[in-house]
Design a protein around this ligand. Structure first.
Ligand code: ADP
Ligand code: ADP
Length: 227
């Protein structure tokens, strides 16, 4: 699905490379944990895959097409196919849960009837149908992140990119969230999660891609601690 080929990234005004000659293939249906210390390049890799930024060197192919060569239309379509989940949820405070999830489809210009059905389906999938009319501040952190996931899946993405999605949650909520990602993955969506939650990475037994100083240091199925 995504082929990352010898990608390097240098941010303006810095000397070090955030990513260095990174190569990686993501296959459709994969569930991948991206691990590594702070500053290793995990967020950079996610931003490059979403095409929020372009590589300094190297290429990223999505379904065989170089994403740097997209037209404006192709770029919008690319982003429609990818659901993003953030550590700080990024919910709109003045909108209800329903409206937050609906907004992801409104910006795509979908008809109200379709929006209504898809939002209800997405909220049901994350177990929050009963909170549809609440505001984010009325929800716990774990619930807010489930809204974040509903907003990501409502677009029927082929890929979900999550950057530290459990960073603000306690262990029980974090585990529940990981299990929700697992369920979404089992239904066919490819999932990539950058995380520091080592114990959960070990528990989930998925493909683990480790970065250190912008380089890939490990790519293995299973937990992290079992070599
Ligand atoms: P991680 O997500 O693994 O913590 P990042 O991708 O955020 O790693 O960072 C990789 C490196 O790139 C770090 O040295 C970081 O300071 C640098 N970096 C990240 N974002 C920027 C930016 N917007 N401008 C300059 N340097 C950045
Ligand atoms: P993370 O580790 O989750 O990437 P950070 O706290 O490193 O989060 O980065 C938060 C924000 O600061 C990001 O938008 C990133 O691009 C930016 N950033 C990180 N490092 C630098 C840097 N050295 N110079 C400028 N911006 C940076």
């Amino acid at each position: 699905m995504i082929e990352i080929k010898a990608v390097s990234k240098k941010y303006d005004g810095t000397n070090a490379l955030a990513l260095e000659e990174m190569s990686l293939n993501l296959n459709s249906g994969d569930f991948i944990f991206l691990v590594g210390p702070s500053g290793a390049g995990k967020s950079t890799l996610i931003r490059l895959m979403f095409r929020e930024q372009l590589p300094t060197k190297g290429n990223i192919y999505f379904d065989k097409k170089d994403i740097a060569s997209y037209s404006q239309r192709e770029l919008l379509e690319h982003r429609r196919k990818i659901g993003m989940v953030f550590q700080d949820y990024k919910l709109l405070k003045q909108k209800t849960v329903f409206e937050n999830v609906a907004f992801a489809l409104e910006v795509l210009g979908r008809p109200p009837k379709e929006i209504n059905k898809k939002v209800n389906d997405a909220l049901e999938k994350v177990g929050l149908s009963h909170k549809a009319d609440k505001f984010p501040r009325e929800l716990s952190g774990g619930q807010q992140q489930r809204v974040g996931i509903a907003r990501a899946i409502v677009k029927d993405p082929v890929l979900i990119l999550a950057d530290e999605p459990t960073g603000n949650l306690d262990r029980d909520n974090a585990l529940q969230l990981m299990q929700l990602f697992e369920k979404i993955n089992e239904e066919g969506t490819t999932v990539v999660i950058a995380t520091h939650a080592w114990d959960l990475v070990d528990k989930m037994q998925k493909r683990v891609v480790a970065l250190s100083s912008g380089k890939l240091t490990r790519d293995k199925q299973g937990g992290y601690s079992h070599e």
